[in-house]
Design a protein around this ligand. Structure first.
Ligand code: PLP
Length: 461
């Protein structure tokens, strides 16, 4: 990457998209790669630095997707790269399952210190978000001696059989894969923009949480059979939905009262993304188990399941993974956490506030904008055809994503007709202005010209 490319914060599109080299990759990909992936547009990435990604044809994109909320410290942060290189030259793999190495306990101690709640916590390491959830499910069962779970519609927790049983995001993710694990009950999430019960947050008394006690426990789900409630403290793939604080605290109360574990899935919302290290910190929520992934190692595969030591007290052999907690991923994670604590979490809060301030005016200016929501750099813009009926503007959302791509901005969708902004946490006002400028230009065009029906798979996850 040349110095000018490295220093520039703006996108630059030089070829038709996809360009000639990208077309070759796409052709090979079509033959050999699993068609289950959901690519919204043909970006063929070659290199990245900060919030800029260059494709194989030399086009430059501003990345407001961060590899699905993963490259928290930006692409190839020099300090993270150095930490990876140093570790790779010393020890690449050993397996924490059967051997010891210093990084494993060092990162576990660090996570114990920075996750919500006092006292010593223990950490199980995996390689992906779904593994963090699987570990939490098994831990909750073995600790409580109970087998049932409660989860929320539109939440996404992963795609392996256990986590998929909790995931209730899109039918395509489940179709053809039954039977999943039994004993999972789903209820509506606290989505105040589209309340499932047609109530208003001022006087609903958090019925969406109380229904667990008032309806489920009395009818279909005996409380003393429930091992855990799984919740995303801010819903990710389901639409970037920020629940009221009282909803989460009511879940906490119910769990305490009935001996149920509260599991916070912070795979997407954690690692500084919301302007605090954990989304839970915005609400004063202390879960019993917290699941972490995505941004934890700035792009290397790593996940963690963290709980109080007394809960994570399973016997040797109960759960493990050959690769989980790989030394190179751990080195990247320790450096990532140091960068987040030093600078980038606070920067995400500041840039997020700035983004929000600008976006809050959009519903007045743009007839398609129904709702703006989020915290820090986890921001959702929901498009609707009509603000009264709130009819989903699906084609418009899909077209917006395409048009932004053509102008060099990488964004992804979530929910039914929402776009999500989840840039690397290293961006500042300049990148925020560039991105909002592109989105607004494309949105205005769609509002004037309408949207073609864009057959696009919902991007995940
Ligand atoms: C909240 C949440 N939990 C779990 C997962 C699963 O993570 P992974 O894709 O790394 O398995 C995701 C992925 O998007 C997620 O957003």
């Amino acid at each position: 990457m040349s110095a000018t490319v490295r220093n520039s914060k703006s996108p630059l599109i030089r070829t038709a998209l996809p360009g000639p080299k990208a077309k070759k990759v796409l052709a090979e990909d079509k033959i050999y790669v699993s068609p289950s992936y959901t690519r919204a547009y043909p970006l063929v990435a070659k290199r990245g630095r900060g919030a800029i990604v260059e494709d194989v044809d030399g086009n430059r994109f501003l990345d407001f997707s961060a590899g699905i909320a993963v490259v928290s410290t930006g692409h190839c942060h020099p300090k993270v790269v150095r930490a990876i290189q140093k570790q790779a030259s010393e020890l690449i793999h050993m397996s924490g399952t059967d051997f010891y190495y210093p990084g494993l306990s060092e990162l576990a101690r660090k996570l114990s210190e920075i996750t919500p709640g006092k006292g010593t916590k223990r950490v199980y390491f995996g390689n992906s978000g779904t593994e963090a959830i699987e570990a939490a499910m098994k831990l909750a069962r073995i600790y409580t001696g109970r087998d049932k779970f409660i989860a929320f519609f539109n939440c996404f927790h992963g795609r392996t059989m256990g986590s998929l049983s909790l995931t209730a995001s899109r039918a395509v993710q489940r179709r053809g894969f039954s039977p999943l694990i039994p004993g999972v009950t789903h209820i509506p999430y606290a989505d105040c923009y589209r309340c499932a019960y047609n109530l208003k947050p001022q006087d609903c008394g958090m019925y969406c949480a109380r229904i667990i006690e008032e309806r489920l426990f009395r009818t279909t789900v005996p409380a003393d059979e429930v091992a855990a409630i799984f919740v995303e403290p801010i819903q990710g793939e389901g639409g970037y939905i920020v629940p009221p604080r009282e909803f989460l605290l009511e879940l906490r109360r119910i769990c305490d009262e009935y001996g149920i574990l509260l599991v916070a899935d912070e795979v997407q919302s954690g690692m500084g993304r919301t302007g605090k290290m954990w989304a839970c910190d915005h609400f004063g929520l202390v879960p019993d188990i917290i699941c972490i992934g995505k941004g934890i190692a700035s792009g290397l595969p790593l996940s963690a399941t963290v709980s109080r030591a007394e809960i994570m007290n399973w016997p040797p052999g109960a759960h493990a993974s050959t690769f989980g907690g790989n030394p190179v991923a751990i080195a990247a994670s320790l450096e990532t956490i140091s960068l987040l604590e030093g600078k980038y979490t606070a920067q995400a809060a500041r840039t997020g506030d700035y983004l929000m301030k600008r976006l809050r005016e959009w519903p007045q200016r743009h007839r398609l904008v129904g709702d703006i929501r989020g915290k820090g750099l986890m921001v959702g813009i929901e498009l609707v055809k009509d603000r009264q009926t709130k009819q989903f503007a699906i084609d418009e959302r899909n077209e917006l994503i395409q048009l932004c791509f053509e102008k060099g901005l990488l964004i992804l969708g979530c929910g039914t007709s929402t776009i999500r902004l989840m840039p690397p946490l290293v961006i500042g006002r300049e990148e925020a202005d560039i991105a909002l400028g592109i989105i607004e230009e494309c949105l205005t065009r769609i509002e004037k010209e309408g949207a073609a029906t864009v057959p696009q798979l919902p991007t995940e996850s």
